[in-house]
Design a protein around this ligand. Structure first.
Ligand code: TXA
Ligand code: MG
Length: 341
């Protein structure tokens, strides 16, 4: 049976302790972070970690991120960061940022999927922070969604996927950012973004002077990749989807109208609603507010899917700043069906 805790307005200390005890006992707990919900287990317990892979239906060659509450935890589980890694830690932790570091042996192989590295994240969300502190353990936690589905940004979206499979679900309301953390690995002295997020390439460049974006961010990964997650279908609704983008707004609107079919839902900018002829239009946000779009996009993909359209057309954004992360998720959610003009 799954216990539900409502921490939307405040954290209930007794229930927080109960959730922490579940984690200590090797059970699974779903909790909010500032990015998306996570499905967590004691990172030192390989059996509990296995249960995460089973609950999500996740491929076991796709490693998990380990969540910590403070910097002492970091020393326990990873080799000492080099100067550049330390600068990134100082700048972006706690926050929506994951750094890949050399792992120590106390992190079981199934957490890192056999790699000698592990992704470390220190959430700034209060509930996540308090839970990890109360458990006194590093918590392995991928996003709380069945494998290939959009990540969970509110509890009502993921209840059906996990009810009965986890010991507790903590409801902290809608997650603030709405897309997962920026994943970075320093490779040959250059911080390389393996998954874009709220911490942008510009943010990283400002701190350490250089940055690289992995070539697979916008294209299908074949062969060897730096981050196993790049290979898998992700964020996808059940209906066929098309993503369109143009720097020219009128061209973008034309692209939507030209590709319209029967029973199509459009997900687009509020400024375009009156210019697009379709049965159902869902607003992902304003052209001028990429934070709003990032916050809404996963829950919208799920909502639209529940309407069982035959086709979904999504308006894309400019690939700069947070727009890089939004387009990475949208390109993948549409299974690379993407037109740019
Ligand atoms: O915001 C987030 O990062 C959320 C919340 C819950 O913290 N977590 C999350 O975890 O998105 P997950 O497992 O859904 O995505 C982790 C990504 C995957 O693409 C995985 O392949 C990559 O990080 N990753 C994990 N460990 C890695 C490693 N050692 N080397 C390269 N990539 C790694
Ligand atoms: Mg995920």
């Amino acid at each position: 049976m799954t216990k539900y805790y409502n921490f939307k307005t405040e954290i209930n200390k007794r229930e927080l302790q109960e959730a922490a005890t579940f984690l200590k006992e090797g059970k699974l707990v779903i909790f909010p972070t500032e990015t998306v919900y996570g499905i967590g287990a004691n990172a030192f317990n390989p059996k509990a970690v296995d249960d995460i892979f089973i609950a999500k239906g996740r491929a076991n060659d796709n490693p998990l991120i380990v969540h910590i509450a403070d910097f002492d935890d970091l020393k326990e589980i990873t080799e000492e960061p080099n100067e550049m890694e330390q600068a990134l830690i100082d700048a972006f932790m706690p926050g929506p940022f994951t750094l890949i570091l050399k792992k120590k042996n106390c992190i079981p192989d199934n957490v890192s999927a056999g790699l000698d590295t592990v992704g470390i994240r220190m959430p700034e969300d209060k509930i996540a922070h308090e839970l990890i502190k109360a458990a006194k353990l590093p918590i392995a936690a991928p996003s709380a969604n069945l494998s290939s589905r959009p990540s969970g940004t509110k509890v009502s979206d993921i209840v059906d996927e996990f009810d009965g499979k986890v010991s507790a679900i903590i409801d902290g309301g809608e997650t603030k950012i709405g897309i997962e953390s920026t994943v970075v690995k320093v490779i040959d002295g250059i911080p390389t973004i393996l998954r874009p997020g709220k911490i942008t390439p510009e943010d990283i460049k400002e701190v350490v002077g250089t940055v690289k974006i992995d070539e697979h961010i916008f294209k299908k990964a074949t062969g060897k990749v730096e981050s196993p997650g790049m290979k898998y279908k992700h964020y996808a609704p059940n209906a066929a989807c098309l993503l369109v983008y143009s720097d020219n707004e009128e061209v973008q609107i034309d692209l939507v109208n030209q590709n319209m079919k029967d029973n199509t839902i459009v997900i687009g900018f509020k400024e375009h609603q009156s210019k697009i002829q379709c049965d159902q239009f869902y607003v992902h946000g304003s052209i001028h507010n990429y934070d709003e779009i990032s916050h809404n996009i996963f829950t919208l993909l799920r909502e639209v899917d529940r309407m069982h359209p035959d086709f979904i057309i999504i308006e894309g954004v400019k690939k700069e700043g947070l727009g890089i992360a939004i387009m990475n998720r949208l390109i993948r959610s549409t299974s690379y069906h993407y037109i740019e003009k």
